[in-house]
Write a protein that binds this ligand. Structure first.
Ligand SMILES: C[S@@+](CC[C@H](N)C(=O)[O-])C[C@H]1O[C@@H](n2cnc3c(N)ncnc32)[C@H](O)[C@@H]1O
Length: 353
């Protein structure tokens, strides 16, 4: 029988540069997106943490501002290295910035600076994902006109940096069973492990009606969900040190993983408010959508290439590989508030298809 699951979700209103409530080597995965240095909407957040930043920007010293902002993120990267288990992954969504200072337009390469810091701390750097958000707007060239050397290429992508603490994770016998139940479908694997994601937009695919990246700077829940399905097994703990609106926690609960969040802004750290009946229904719908997509995939694949060889043991549907035979869905069945900043989630088994 598949493992009976309950997950726990906590958020701490505190500075992620010191995550005192999180023990060394106790987290399996980090999924996060920091405030982006040199993007104007985050100037205030950085300046409140280092009073030298605002004068550097106002005084036309952008390189100094850029470096001071990253110097505030570096201790958080050091902390995630401390709390991750050996073999645990960290996935960091970050975009570069373009901005003019002293009449000069330039790129501030946040992903380069962040990766260099992660490497210095001792993380193993792995191939990154380039997330290019689909847009219906006509391409916005930066600069002027159609004459050569008059325009800059557009900046419509962000990165998901992927690093690991040391070598491959070792799984205990009990974890090996949960790992088999956490398999993703073969056809999902082909999309998730591609180095360019072009199919994730902010709205539409969200669990619980997240805003697209905008004033809240939330990332789409689909982005967090994918990374969690790729790099954590059921029952694992996922940490987001820059919790924001809690997208990582929503995705973790939907996927049957526990979560911990840190968020410096008091107004954001109210966990209970979002975990309502509508969110539960959205999470259940997300599991059903996964199953329905798989059914369509099997129909199409068998029509083109003939019968598939394997069947899933729990549901009886066909699968491409032997490793998908024990895949098992845990569907969120109810939330319980344990305190203002902690909830637990219980699960039911998925309806058969
Ligand atoms: C880009 S947003 C994260 C958005 C989040 N991924 C979501 O989906 O809502 C970055 C967040 O980090 C928070 N923050 C900035 N510095 C922090 C620090 N030192 N410790 C904890 N949180 C911090 C900001 O208040 C902001 O909410």
């Amino acid at each position: 029988m598949p493992t009976k699951l309950e997950t726990r979700h906590r958020v701490f209103q505190a500075d992620a540069r010191r995550m005192e409530a999180v023990a060394d080597a106790s987290v399996h995965l980090v999924v996060t997106s920091p405030p982006y240095p040199m993007i104007a909407m985050w100037d205030g957040v950085f300046s409140r943490q280092d009073a030298r930043i605002a004068p550097a920007l106002a005084g036309g010293r952008p390189r100094e501002g850029f470096e001071r902002m990253h110097a505030l993120l570096d201790p958080v990267w050091q902390e995630i290295h401390r709390v991750l288990l050996p073999g645990g992954f960290a996935c960091i969504n970050i975009g570069d910035a373009v901005r003019s200072f002293n009449g000069e337009f330039g790129l501030y390469a946040n992903h380069v600076r962040t990766l260099a810091s992660l490497q210095r701390i001792g993380f193993t750097c792995l191939p990154a994902i380039l997330w290019r958000k689909p847009t219906n707007a006509p391409t916005k060239f930066m600069g002027s006109g159609v004459l050569p050397a008059g325009a800059y290429v557009t900046l419509e992508h962000e990165f998901i940096l992927i690093v690991r603490k040391g070598g491959k994770r070792r799984f205990s016998t009990e974890e090996q069973q949960r790992r088999r139940e956490s398999a993703i479908f073969w056809e999902e694997r082909n999309i998730f492990f591609s180095d360019i994601w072009t199919d994730i937009r902010g709205a539409g695919q969200a669990i619980g009606g997240n805003e697209p990246r905008g004033r809240s700077a939330a990332f789409p829940s689909e982005l967090a969900l994918r990374l969690i399905l790729m790099y954590a097994i059921k029952g694992d703990t996922v940490l987001d040190p820059f919790w924001g609106t809690g997208t990582t926690t929503l995705a973790a609960a939907a996927a049957g993983r526990s979560s911990i969040g840190y968020e410096i802004e008091p107004a954001l750290t109210r966990m209970g408010a979002r975990f309502d009946a509508a969110l539960l229904a959205a999470m259940q719908a997300r599991v059903r959508a996964r199953l329905e997509r798989h059914t369509l995939f099997v129909r199409d694949r068998e029509a083109r290439k003939g019968p598939l060889k394997y069947r899933n043991r729990h549901y009886g549907f066909k699968v491409v590989t032997r490793q998908e035979q024990e895949l098992f869905f845990d569907v969120p069945g109810g939330f319980k508030a344990r305190s203002a900043n902690e909830i637990t989630c219980a699960y039911e088994s998925a309806p058969s298809v």
